[in-house]
Design a protein around this ligand. Sequence first.
Ligand code: XMP
Length: 326
Amino acid sequence: MNPNKRPDDMVRITNGELAAKFIDEQVAEVRKQVGDRGVLLALSGGVDSSVVAALLVRAIGKQLVCVHVNHGLMRKGESEQVVSVFRDQMKANLVYVDATDRFLDKLVGVADPEQKRKIIGGEFIRVFEEEARKLDGIAFLAQGTIYPDIVESKGVKAHHNVGGLPDDLKFELVEPLKLLFKDEVRQVGRALGLPSEMVDRQPFPGPGLGVRCTGAITRDRLAALRESDAILREEFAKAGLVGKVWQFFTVVPDYRSTGVRAGKRLFDWPVVIRAVNTVDAMSATVPDIDWNLLHRISGRILTEVPGVCRVLYDLSPKEPATIEWE
Ligand code: XMP
């Protein structure tokens, strides 16, 4: 039997009861596989890695070491949430690495999007490797591989494929979610008690805000991006759009335009609001967002975010535009 093939008769996990049954089976399976040895996991805070972490905490407690690398390109409050959920609430063994300066220093002056992705992905592996070398007794690497990652080898995650750890750190893999579809992973996450903001999270690219702060990233523009994104998320949540709009975020292009404040001319950044609906991210449409809501968001961004003098709503479907700006 091919362990990477979902059996035809495998029951789809559609409710909490089936999720609880899956969790019990996997807890037993993982305990059998790892015994009393250590397991390492890169915990980004995305749905898949968070669900694996929660499952493994249930199965093996402190034998799991989660490493959360904050590359400085996370959304507002995201790393804090990872620490609060996993270290404070679940009592997981969590290593938090604030590598912001390391990443941002490497990215200074780098404008090419693919080069930026390479630097972010490569640096991520190096930071993770350094942390792995500090640990004793690790025999396994856990991964949040899910079934679509196996089936569509050219899926979204392939974007982020920057190679792996060096040979002497090639651990045996623990991949408890590898036969599950995304909706099943979310069911399992809910049954494990993860908060909805984590389980129902919209997709977020591996290189994070790095591909939404277009061109060469600067700290002031990155701050404007993070703040404007937080305002957008807050207002969309208040308007009940979470779960109704597939993905939404802001972009800060590397381009200044003329503005005026208190009668004085200035050159500040525009903020672009991007919201899309899609089934598989291969094509996407732009939803009709209530005009009053757009005005409210725009007003808040223009008053609360320093360095911004314009707000735009991106009306471009995919194709011809991609969902991300770079
Ligand atoms: P595009 O921009 O290609 O995006 O229409 C399709 C989906 O993929 C996400 N995306 C990425 N995800 N690493 C990722 O992990 C990346 O480099 C990357 N680029 C785009 C994007 O957010 C959307 O959901």
